[in-house]
Design a protein around this ligand. Structure first.
Ligand code: MN
Length: 273
């Protein structure tokens, strides 16, 4: 049976993995569900944008689905921003979706203003944060991850304010120049704040997830797998919540190289690209 038939049969019927001879020997394509986050794409790092384009045109073509868990862009001030990077990414995503690989996106703290217009151009679905998906038959919780960093009270206040529809409407009605200026100010303020935290020796705890909050999410959603990004501390953590064996998988950033989680029938691999 040709590969395309195996693939569509599997997608339609939810059958198990492809036979090894089809997956490995003939096509050498993984049939995994892929998760990435924190690419922070920016015109100043064109090599990373290119790496992402190659990933979409290459490995991602053989995936069951691709999930982007926030901070795809370093900054996003509205879908009307005519940036080259935004256009390139929308085109590459659209080509992947048109090739039959669904792409879902959660907003991060950098691109929380990414809207329906961009989603339409890129052919992607926007998921709420948090969102539960069924992965290999098991409910799995997806988050960008900033909601877990509850020790950072100032940030949580900023987050709550900027997620209000009224705030967003007012912001988006400003001219593009004013919005870009706000974004670079916010970036400078965030860098200054990180410097202060580093000096005070509280950087490690404040910018990481709160273990209590993590437990609360596992309990509230009744899941045993959580995948998130944001903290740029890639790892697969095993933990016990109410006697259950749970896993918290943290995706890595794309500053120096890529980072991808491949999930395939319970097998999970977190690798650098
Ligand atoms: Mn983030």
């Amino acid at each position: 049976m040709p590969f395309s038939e195996y693939r569509s049969r599997r997608v339609q019927t939810g059958q198990g993995p492809l036979p090894d001879q089809v997956r490995g020997r003939l096509y050498n394509l993984p049939m995994a569900t892929l998760f990435i986050s924190d690419l922070h794409l920016d015109p100043e790092r064109p090599d990373i944008t290119r790496l992402f384009g190659d990933f979409l045109d290459g490995e991602a073509r053989g995936a069951d689905a691709l999930y982007i868990l926030g901070d795809l862009f370093e900054a996003w001030v509205g879908d009307d921003d005519p940036s080259e990077t935004g256009k390139f990414v929308a085109d590459r995503l659209k080509a992947l979706v048109d090739a039959g690989v669904p792409v879902s996106f959660q907003r991060g703290n950098r691109d929380f203003l990414l809207g329906d217009d961009f989603a339409r151009r890129a052919g992607i679905s926007i998921l709420p944060d948090p969102a539960v998906i069924v992965l290999d038959g098991k409910p799995t919780l997806l988050m960008h991850g900033d909601l877990l960093c509850t020790e950072d009270i100032a940030y949580q206040q900023f987050r709550a304010q900027t997620r209000e529809p009224g705030w967003q409407q007012r912001f988006l009605s400003q001219p593009l120049d004013a919005r870009l200026a706000f974004a670079s100010q916010a970036r400078a303020a965030s860098q200054a704040r990180q410097g202060e935290l580093r000096d005070a020796g509280t950087m490690e705890t404040i910018t990481d997830v709160s273990p209590t909050t993590v437990d609360e999410y596992f309990t509230r959603y009744g899941i045993d797998t959580l995948i998130h990004g944001h903290t740029h501390r890639p790892a697969i953590h095993s933990l016990q919540v109410e006697g259950r064996n749970c896993k918290r998988i943290v995706l890595g950033d794309w500053y120096e190289h890529g980072s991808v989680l491949r999930m395939d029938d319970g097998d999970m691999r977190l690798d650098a690209l």
